[in-house]
Design a binder for this molecule. Structure first.
Ligand SMILES: NC(=O)c1ccc[n+]([C@@H]2O[C@H](COP(=O)([O-])OP(=O)(O)OC[C@H]3O[C@@H](n4cnc5c(N)ncnc54)[C@H](O)[C@@H]3O)[C@@H](O)[C@H]2O)c1
Length: 263
């Protein structure tokens, strides 16, 4: 897909990767960009900058997502590209206990990192299926393909997000609907800084800027490839994981020990 002339929705558009996507799509000539975020002020700033429209929406609330999609369709007749990008981080509560995050942290992770993708599809698919075209770009993470040391909630919900995107691609592909998953490692955003900064293991291969990631997205959308990997080495890690799972787990344990200063 070439985004020129397209009607685009970007969730998590107020900041970080989402804001960079909004700016890059505007530069590439998108016809309209809906900047969606629970941070309405931030969304309004980005929308004003790019001539888009801001929507204050909690993406884990289906009714709010459906109302936003209906409004965009009413104003512009269609949605060409839905970038379901908002996500939340967070670590394990106890360093040696992967089950230690409280239930409300698990629930928030499921709501934003998983169900928001389901809600985006549930709201936008009927119009896309009727037109025989449409595109979902779901921001996941390399953690959804590999793992996130120190956050079972993030690893688990991002794996689930990959599972849903695969289902979407398999079920809708023959109806003309495209799906990509954006799976970076470290990107210099508020989320990365809140998670302990660039010294974390997911940042060992280099921290990209949100603008770098937006360039990768444009290329990935042009290629219409399912996997968009701004850090290409992630593909090698995936191959190692599927080639010898036990060996890969051993390597991850060694990396964890090193990060914790126990190795
Ligand atoms: N930064 C990284 O290193 C990195 C790496 C891999 C994947 N990701 C993923 O990229 C996506 C964007 O993250 P980012 O790094 O730009 O973070 P960020 O914190 O800079 O931006 C996230 C945006 O999402 C919004 N948001 C969060 N919960 C929301 C909700 N319930 N409803 C509506 N908006 C909500 C926030 O207000 C914020 O504007 C996330 O899905 C994240 O998991 C980030």
């Amino acid at each position: 897909m070439n985004v020129q002339g397209k009607i685009v929705i970007v969730t998590g558009g107020a900041d970080g990767i989402g804001a960079a996507l909004c700016r890059r799509f505007a530069k590439a000539g998108a016809a309209h960009i809906a900047v969606v975020d629970r941070n309405g002020e931030g969304a309004a700033q980005v929308a004003a900058e790019i001539g888009g429209k801001a929507y204050t929406v909690d993406v884990s609330d289906y009714a709010a997502v459906a109302a936003m999609v209906a409004a965009v369709e009413a104003d512009h007749g269609r949605i060409d590209l839905f970038c379901s990008n908002a996500g939340v981080g967070g670590g394990d509560a106890e360093v040696d206990n992967a089950a230690s995050a409280p239930d409300d942290v698990w629930a928030r992770g499921w709501g934003v990192n998983v169900m928001a993708h389901v809600y985006a599809a549930r709201a936008a698919l009927p119009g896309m299926i009727a037109r025989g075209e449409g595109y979902f770009l779901n921001t996941v993470s390399a953690a959804g393909l590999l793992s996130q040391i120190g956050s079972a909630v993030y690893s688990t919900t991002k794996h689930a997000a990959i599972g849903f995107a695969e289902s979407l691609a398999i079920t809708e592909g023959d109806l003309g609907i495209k799906v990509s998953v954006l799976c970076p490692q470290g990107v210099d955003t508020a989320m990365l800084r809140a998670g302990g900064g660039s010294a974390q293991p997911q940042n060992l291969d280099g921290v990209l800027t949100p603008e770098d990631v937006a360039e990768s997205v444009l290329a990935g959308l042009e290629a219409e490839s399912f996997l968009i990997l701004p850090h290409p080495v992630v593909l090698t890690y995936m191959q190692r994981k599927t080639g010898d799972y036990d060996r890969w787990l051993g390597g991850m344990r060694r990396l964890r020990a090193k990060v914790l200063g126990r190795g």
